[in-house]
Design a binder for this molecule. Structure first.
Ligand code: ZN
Length: 413
């Protein structure tokens, strides 16, 4: 999506603020001789910004306003090394709440709703974002925070919560508990707002059916406000995002070149009005595409497709780029297979070719050998590579509370 005149003016305004502040990026732009952005060409000359640089600026090196204007910080946890600290001004906090309230509205949520919020509060941007948006909208927040399923279910019944906000894993757990305890008739939930991550259609269907609710994916990341910068509408044709607050471009993660609308690539976000920590051309490593054309719902806001995965997770075999999510989707269609799997890639020196070993868990209703053949043929027809498939019993592969590592590449060893 081409950057428009109005957005260019806003980018230039942010660039001037960054330069004036002399923060980490202000110094970087000065050294590079970047003084203004007046055209789409100028914009494309801006370097990309990556999370590693935000870490280098720890703790407050990316702050672009005087201390007295900062009202809050949030932090994104890194899997390794230092966390990233993002300072917010009062306007940033308010803008974020406005965007979040807009998300709720797109999901058809109103002042009459009661929103049970289960994501965590604290340094993380989740819980507080859901809450601020709810209050901005004028709905009733039930600020539960994570865990304590017993109490969650009690409050859900007593307060007649109509909306549940959760990660997909916690929504699944709640759905399973409600099913197990036969509480379906006692709850009033109508909608679920789920933090956007890659999750299978199988899981989505189960949650939606068990709870009898409509599900909405909300998008966002701590570096760019937090959740609430986009959400899918009732027409379920991708997530609308707020192009008056952020500019989104999609790039080829390898070359850094912009790809045309409709083509998949990495999401790069520029904040247009952020004060505390403005970011220009921030690489999210999330993979998606801009959906061309207008949505049938009539909204003028552009759309992103569901997040397909992370560019960091991409792997290449026989010159073909692949993502764990493609395997996940495919396994979701095969009977009796669990959601757990593992991909090992190695190089066969004798035959000089790469080998993919796919380990999959199955219940055993269908014989493991038969399941392996079904999976191998499915991968072959969908992805034009033929993996070796090993089927093991459910519970064999390790479980992780955090993000599970799926791909093990042994080729560079
Ligand atoms: Zn729409």
């Amino acid at each position: 999506m081409q950057i428009n005149e109005k957005q260019i003016a806003l980018v230039n305004d942010r660039l001037q603020a960054i330069l004036k502040s002399g923060n980490y990026f202000g110094k970087m732009y000065e050294e590079m001789g970047i003084t203004e952005v007046r055209s789409a060409e100028d914009f494309k000359r801006l370097p990309f910004v990556d999370k590693a640089e935000l870490r280098n600026a720890y703790p407050l090196g990316i702050q672009a306003v005087p201390d007295e204007e900062v009202v809050r910080i949030h932090s994104s946890s890194g899997t390794t090394g230092k966390p990233v600290i993002i300072p917010y001004t009062a306007k940033d906090v308010d803008d974020w709440a406005t965007m979040f309230a807009r998300c709720y509205e797109v999901a058809g949520i109103t002042r009459n709703d009661r929103i049970q919020i289960t994501p965590g509060y604290g340094l993380w941007t989740a819980g507080i974002g859901f809450q601020a948006g709810c209050e901005k909208l004028g709905a009733m927040a039930v600020p539960m925070g994570p865990g304590n399923t017993e109490k969650q279910l009690q409050m859900m019944q007593d307060l007649k919560s109509t909306v549940i906000c959760a990660t997909s894993s916690y929504a699944l757990l709640l759905a399973e508990e409600i099913n197990k305890r036969g509480l379906k008739d006692k709850i009033c939930l109508k909608k679920g707002v789920i933090g956007s991550e890659r999750w299978s259609d199988k899981k989505r269907e189960y949650i939606s059916n068990e709870l009898g609710i409509e599900l909405y994916d909300i998008y966002g990341l701590t570096e760019i406000y937090g959740p609430g910068i986009g959400i899918n509408c009732a027409d379920q044709t991708g997530m609308h995002y707020w192009d008056d607050y952020i500019y989104i471009e999609i790039i080829d993660p390898e070359t850094g070149e912009n790809v045309p609308d409709g083509v998949e690539g990495e999401i790069v976000i520029t904040t247009l009005v952020k004060q505390g920590a403005p970011l220009l051309r921030f690489r999210t490593h999330d993979l998606s595409r801009i959906i061309p054309g207008e949505c049938s719902c009539g909204s003028r806001y552009p759309r992103l497709d569901v997040i397909k995965g992370r560019s960091d997770d991409m792997f290449k075999v026989h010159g073909v780029n692949m993502f764990p999510s493609q395997y996940e989707e495919l396994l979701g269609t095969i009977d009796g297979v669990s959601s757990e799997y593992k991909i090992d890639i190695a190089h066969d020196d004798e035959k000089n070719r790469d080998i993919i070993l796919l380990t999959v868990e199955a219940e055993g209703r269908v014989s493991f050998d038969k399941t392996a053949v079904t999976i191998r043929n499915a991968v072959k027809s969908k992805m034009s590579v033929t993996p070796k498939v090993v089927v093991v019993s459910v519970g064999t592969l390790p479980r992780s509370e955090k993000k599970t590592k799926r791909v093990f590449d042994h080729r560079e060893e």
